[in-house]
Write a protein that binds this ligand. Structure first.
Ligand code: ZN
Length: 460
């Protein structure tokens, strides 16, 4: 009987052996936490990127400066391989922007042009405002409902931990100008996709549609949207003059910057850590996404200083994310036939606040490995989110669509993220080095264990 029991124990131990890590791996994991939490590397990277390069919108010379900077940085840090791969994207430049209320009481308002916006005439576009609370309300309005007017969508974004209110709010930014134009509007204005009370407007991609007249598209800072809302509520006819000077420059070229620490046993298989190198032009892109660049770069570097991994750890700094994920799309196209070599992919692109949960998107037979990794993130304050439906980050959308790449979300607290995101106020002082290092530790442990796992994870 005793023998049988022992046999059963051995058997069950074998069943689980594939999904646990040996003592040496666990020792390195603990050292990795210690090292990551006490290092100045990540903060140093984001401080220098946002200071020495600053804003780096794709299409500006600053973006190419950032590419050079990142190549040198990865080389300086001793990555085994450093290279870049081209990505094409529609380039657009902002020259100037301003607006004022003309009627009933002349006063300036704070706006920013949305990406791709066409220009107004030199002296601006002056017209009365017609307000809609949501994009859906505008869509449901009769033809010509906005004829000769400036459409104003007044949708308010809610503050939330996981940023789930961004998706609905951003619809108006993506498509509002097209729908407004279809209703006869001469320009499109929206309340910023932002939770802030400050007077910085939030920019971001706006996309026109072939065959529908492109009209100027801008976002208003929240207090200025409030001002217009109050004037309308008081029964006034509100007339605004918008002035946007910008230019589309055709297709430009930027580069994904890639660094790899090569694995010893299965060098072709790799963990992909992503972030995007480009930023909008208004701030210095500290939270979006200098923090992500720093977090994943430092995580890979820390691993390399402690050990060689079985599989490779690859850092991909994606190009032209803000213009529409152009670097990510180029990467997936170029590496289409080898996407199955990616054993885990995660992107850091949600600021620098604490990570509170880990979620996968993997085939069900990879879940024991996910749980084994998650166990080692617990004491960093990261719980296991069992939904297995991870989004992974914007640049991972094309990877997710392939259905072969195991995708991970290391969920960050986004409560304050949309106070700064895409505004002139996205600057280095918003980053807390202690919280930044918690991110580094989580990414480092995640990447290390995914690179060492006995079972190769697969996507779904
Ligand atoms: Zn971003």
């Amino acid at each position: 009987m005793k023998k049988l029991l022992l046999a059963a124990l051995v058997l069950s131990a074998n069943v689980f052996a594939a999904d646990t890590f040996d003592a040496q791996t666990i020792k390195v994991t603990e050292q990795l936490k210690e090292k990551s939490l006490n290092s100045e590397l990540a903060y140093d990277i984001v401080a220098r990127l946002t200071t020495e390069v600053g804003p780096r919108m794709a299409g500006t010379p600053k973006d190419l400066e950032a590419v050079d900077w990142a190549m040198k940085e990865l080389q300086r840090l001793g990555f085994d391989k450093v290279w870049k791969e081209p990505a094409k994207f529609p380039a657009w430049l902002r020259y100037s922007e301003s607006a004022e209320i003309i009627l009933p009481s002349k006063q300036p308002i704070h706006i920013t042009a949305l990406g791709n916006s066409v220009s107004t005439p030199k002296d601006g576009t002056r017209a009365p405002i017609v307000i809609f609370e949501t994009l859906e309300e505008l869509e449901a309005a009769p033809e010509n409902a906005a004829k000769g007017k400036i459409v104003f969508i007044n949708y308010r974004m809610d503050r939330s931990l996981d940023g789930n209110s961004y998706g609905p709010a951003v619809q108006a930014r993506n498509r509002g100008a097209v729908v407004a134009s279809q209703k006869g509007a001469v320009a499109f204005m929206m309340r910023s996709v932002s939770t802030a009370k400050h007077r910085f407007a939030h920019t971001g991609g706006n996309h026109y549609k072939d065959g529908i007249k492109a009209i100027p598209a801008v976002a208003l800072a929240n207090p200025d949207a409030d001002q217009i809302e109050r004037l309308l509520q008081l029964g006034h006819k509100v007339e605004v003059n918008l002035n946007v000077q910008a230019e589309s420059k055709g297709m430009g070229t930027s580069y994904n910057v890639i660094g790899e620490f090569t694995g010893t046993e299965k060098p072709n298989e790799y963990v992909l850590l992503g972030a995007h190198l480009d930023s909008w032009d208004l701030g210095t892109g500290a939270l979006d996404d200098g923090a992500g660049v720093a977090i994943i770069t430092a995580a890979a570097k820390h691993i390399s200083e402690l050990t060689k991994t079985k599989r490779s750890v690859r850092v991909v700094l994606f190009a032209a994310e803000e213009q529409g994920l152009w670097g990510a799309k180029a990467y997936v196209k170029k590496h289409q036939d080898e996407l199955g070599n990616i054993v885990a992919a995660a992107e850091s692109d949600f600021g620098a606040d604490l990570i509170y949960a880990v979620e996968s998107r993997v085939a069900s037979n990879s879940l024991p490995t996910v749980r084994a990794i998650a166990k080692h993130l617990k004491d960093l304050g990261v719980k296991y989110d069992a939904r297995n439906n991870a989004f992974g980050g914007p640049d991972l959308i094309p990877f997710k669509d392939s259905k072969v790449v195991p995708i991970f979300s290391l969920h960050q607290d986004g409560t304050d993220y949309f106070d700064y995101h895409h505004t002139a106020d996205d600057t280095l002082d918003k980053i807390d080095p202690v919280k930044l290092n918690q991110n580094v530790a989580v990414y480092a442990v995640f990447a290390y264990l995914a690179a060492q796992s006995q079972t190769k994870m697969i996507g779904k």
